[in-house]
Ligand binder design. Structure first.
Ligand SMILES: [Zn+2]
Length: 433
């Protein structure tokens, strides 16, 4: 008898026909609009203002009649104004950092928590996580969604979760070695900091550990950075995408072909022009807008993510039919306009990673003179490259790589290794002086 390994976590949902998916999305959308209309006065008013009633939703395209939901709406109804169930039914609450005003609150019913675990299990299984894996969960535990989502999904698969959280990096290295962690879950930049500390402790990161898989997310990182991480640790690194406003991680993740499949049976994606709010075709690049089709406590309808990407419906070699999202080019908030050229931090990162002797640590410095911003980049060469000297050659190479990608001259300054503050969560890549 042959043993055929399980290829999908939920084959029926992950290989549904495109037509079947659209019918399912439409049924769920109709139910959702009726649900929010009858349970939440804010949503009811919002729909009435837009002259929409539940019966107005006849086809999927009718979603375009519905108004957008923004972060400002969420703040205005802080903390529980958008909840559509009795508060008694909520069993878990998360929140995103409130760097600009009140935090964004994510409440969950029992079914929402179950949906989250299921979406994360589907995502991690697509990455290659299995029951016999040991996942070192180095996302920050606490109010953030990240660590909790990875824990729920990995446990649903039956993997062992090391609930270490972020920080205490020397201990991360010891635990990784002693427990034989096979999977590391954290921000991509933190995985590199852990590698740096492991090397300082005398380890060879690509051979001294059992690590084989990385489940990374919560910050924008370039393909070049992915290659660096994979080489440094000797692992396969996968991207996760999600937002507290929608459920946390679990919305989009990668199959073995590095295609970012959207769990579109529960999260309906649209693309819009961020300026005109016009709905775009999937092949175009635009701002991602998501509708949670099946959440109970806090359903988000047409939430504007501010993240720029494109979507395709091509079939993937992995067999999944779920639509594919491109890597996030950047948040529309992070977009900078320098001498008329649109610049994203991820493009500068991609350019820098081409320079021999570079470390993974850099920061983009924005300087404001009057109403005009100028940019410069500070990078740490590797220890060896730094000792070699002739750093003006190194800087020139970096400037040329940036020019090749952006057609823009941005000065690069090399600074001594280990000068830029390391982060155990999201790295701060752009600073203002
Ligand atoms: Zn695929």
């Amino acid at each position: 008898m042959f043993f055929i390994p399980q290829k999908f976590w939920d084959q029926k949902s992950e290989t549904i026909s495109l037509q079947g998916l659209k019918e399912l999305q439409c049924r769920r959308l109709q139910k959702l609009v009726k649900y929010v209309y009858t349970t939440n006065t804010f949503y009811q008013k919002k729909l009435l203002d837009a002259k929409v009633k539940p019966e107005s939703i006849k086809t999927l395209k009718d979603i375009e009649k519905l108004p957008f939901l923004t972060k400002q709406d969420l703040r205005a109804y802080y903390p529980f104004g958008l909840v559509c169930t009795p508060l008694d039914d909520i069993i878990e609450v998360h929140a995103s950092s409130g760097t600009t005003g009140k935090p964004v609150v994510g409440p969950y019913t029992k079914n929402d928590v179950e949906l989250w675990a299921e979406m994360m299990a589907r995502s991690l299984f697509a990455n290659g996580l299995r029951k016999n894996d040991i996942l070192q969960n180095a996302y920050g535990y606490g109010f953030f969604t990240g660590a909790h989502g990875f824990e729920k999904g990995a446990q649903k698969i039956g993997a062992m979760v090391i609930t270490i959280g972020s920080g205490n990096t020397e201990r991360q290295v010891d635990i990784m070695k002693d427990f034989g962690s096979t999977t590391l879950a954290c921000t991509p930049s933190y995985s590199l900091h852990i590698a740096e500390v492991a090397e300082e402790k005398g380890f060879n990161t690509s051979t001294d550990f059992k690590l084989r898989l990385g489940a990374f997310g919560a910050e924008a990182w370039s393909e070049e950075m992915r290659k660096n991480i994979e080489k440094r640790w000797g692992i396969i690194a996968h991207e996760h995408y999600g937002l507290t406003e929608l459920i946390g991680p679990g919305i989009v993740s990668e199959c073995e072909y590095n295609k970012l499949h959207i769990n579109a049976d529960h999260f309906y994606p649209e693309l819009i022009d961020p300026k005109t709010e016009e709905v775009l075709e999937f092949g175009d690049e635009g701002e991602l807008v998501y509708t949670t089709l099946t959440k109970e406590a806090f359903p988000a309808i047409r939430f504007r993510t501010k993240d720029l990407a494109s979507i395709t419906e091509e079939t993937c070699a992995c067999g999944r039919t779920l639509p594919i999202q491109s890597r996030i080019k950047g948040r529309s908030d992070d977009m900078m306009k320098i001498k008329g050229v649109i610049v994203f931090p991820s493009q500068i990162e991609a350019a820098l990673m081409q320079v021999p002797g570079i470390s993974d640590n850099y920061q983009i410095v924005k300087t404001k003179q009057g109403a005009i911003y100028s940019l410069s980049v500070e990078v740490e060469p590797s220890e060896n490259r730094y000792k070699e000297g002739h750093l003006d050659d190194f800087e020139k190479k970096a400037e040329n790589e940036i020019y090749r990608i952006l057609n823009l001259h941005i000065p690069v300054h090399s600074i001594p290794p280990k000068t830029i503050p390391r982060s155990t969560g999201k790295a701060k890549r752009v600073i203002e002086r």
